[in-house]
Design a protein around this ligand. Structure first.
Ligand code: SPV
Ligand code: MG
Length: 308
């Protein structure tokens, strides 16, 4: 039988796009000209849903990933579990993913190892926060010991020396969470900028964005500012634009939506002993197959399975 060359695969992933995800993320986060929005993902499915909704970048949230793995957001999940999840999010979505790396899982050495592994798995950025290991979620309790400034700068420099421009490095300041006040937050921002951070994430547990805006005024956008409006969720996007904020991270809203929806459905099924009532309110199987690209598999089967 004569050999027939096969056409190239139309659905093959665009490798050239994958290699520049850090540049794409940098263009979003490090631009003060327009406000960017980054959406939480805790697995490939939530990443795909965010992509379909129109988000151009994802936040691999420590809280959300820990929750979906059944851990508390207190460094119970290991760095290798984190990078495994990140790899699936990147692979499925081909979007730039900014990874919540907590404090880097230890000292400078753990932080640079994490950064190298994240690069290998296709992450586009790493947010490192100035907390001690093990960290505790910023909204839990009042004990949030901060890292020494010079020690944390060592973590940032080690990451930068290891991955250079291949990862966007976001230095996250927990000074306001820890009750250290604005002067310490600004001091830390200056030190982290000098240590090589590409952007500053200033975190707050206040229910208004006032202290975030005070920080932005005092900081004068010396580096782009990233914010996480989890507690000050009533603040409109226009206020961030007016303050020159570069990026807003919606940090945990998909996992919280999923928890609410699953609790509701499980509750109804157990009380009604039937799934009839909830069927119109949940995703159809067709929607699941469409989201996960089963049509591509059907086309690939037609091309490769040689069914006669
Ligand atoms: C996360 O998403 O894990 C964060 C943001 O660090 S928050 O939980 O809001 O502190
Ligand atoms: Mg976190």
């Amino acid at each position: 039988m004569q050999y027939q060359p096969q056409p190239v695969i139309a659905d093959a992933p665009d490798q050239s796009a994958a290699s520049s995800l850090a540049d794409v993320l940098r263009a979003q986060i490090c631009s003060n000209r327009d406000l960017s929005f980054v959406m939480e993902a805790h697995d490939a499915l939530s990443g795909l849903i965010a992509k379909r909704a129109g988000f151009k970048a994802l936040w691999a949230s420590g809280l959300s990933i820990a929750s979906s793995l059944g851990y508390r957001d207190a460094n119970e999940a290991s760095w290798s579990e984190l990078v495994d999840v990140v790899e699936r999010i990147v692979d499925a979505t081909e979007l730039p993913v900014l990874v919540d790396g907590d404090g880097g899982f230890g000292n400078f050495n753990n932080a640079r190892l994490l950064a190298r592994k994240l690069c290998q798995r296709g992450a586009a950025g790493l947010a490192l926060q100035d907390s001690c290991f093990p960290k505790m979620n910023s909204f839990v309790g009042d004990r949030h010991p901060l890292a020494d400034i010079d020690e944390f700068c060592g973590r940032l420099r080690a990451v930068k020396d290891t991955v250079a421009e291949d990862l966007v490095l976001v230095a996250r300041i927990e000074a306001l969470i820890a009750g250290h006040g604005m002067d310490d937050a600004i001091l830390r921002a200056s030190a982290y900028a000098a240590a090589g951070a590409d952007a500053i994430l200033i975190h707050s547990r206040e229910t208004t964005a006032d202290e975030i805006f005070s920080f932005a005024r005092a900081w004068h956008n010396c580096l782009p500012v990233v914010v996480v409006p989890t507690k000050y969720y009533r603040t409109p996007a226009s206020a961030y634009r007016n303050a020159g904020i570069s990026t807003v991270i919606w940090a945990n809203h998909s996992v919280r939506a999923a928890i609410g929806a699953m609790q509701h459905v499980c509750g109804r099924i157990i009380s009604e002993e039937s799934v009839e009532g909830i069927e119109p309110h949940i995703a159809t199987l067709e929607a699941v197959f469409e989201l996960l690209g089963y049509d591509e598999l059907a086309r690939a089967e037609a091309r490769y399975l040689q069914i006669r």
